[in-house]
Design a protein around this ligand. Sequence first.
Ligand code: CTP
Ligand code: MG
Length: 166
Amino acid sequence: MEVLHTIGEAIWFIFPAYVANATPVVLGGGPPIDFNKKLPDGNRILGDGKTILGFITGLLGGSIFGILQHLAYGRLGGWGIAILLSLGALIGDMVGSFLKRRRGLARGSPMPGLDQLEFIVGAVLVGSLIVVPRWEMLVVLLVFTPLIHLGTNLVGYKLGFKSEPY
Ligand code: CTP
Ligand code: MG
């Protein structure tokens, strides 16, 4: 029971990061954050998968979700950390794309591990300004999120929102 409680607590805590990560898939689009700029290696800084609208809607989506969570049941770190978790998730996602482009990987190409954990690591790091999760929660986040992420991406793919199932 202790274990189930920790799992629930960890997922409730990190949920704004998930929302921030998922919202751009549906509401993103338009001009890319890197304004089509390339680095001397010949590859885009971030690529077309990271858009300004996606960043804004992701930040709003995750933050609003976290505020609702807090109003409904309360959450660790209050609503303020929901904004940091969302911001961190989006930054982590951009760092992941930056690293993929430096390896010459095209937009949307898979990089197992990185694709599933970049946003969680970013969220936890930035969120740590307010709350550092207990180590049991961190274990849950690192083990469960790749599984949940793969599951939700498969759903997004089947629904036609994503062009790849991962
Ligand atoms: N998205 C966006 N803006 C962001 C993040 C994501 O518009 N800041 C949208 C894009 O349509 C993107 C989709 O969400 O294609 C899925 O995001 P992700 O899997 O992170 O991007 P990829 O297209 O796979 O690109 P990359 O190879 O850079 O990860
Ligand atoms: Mg991707």
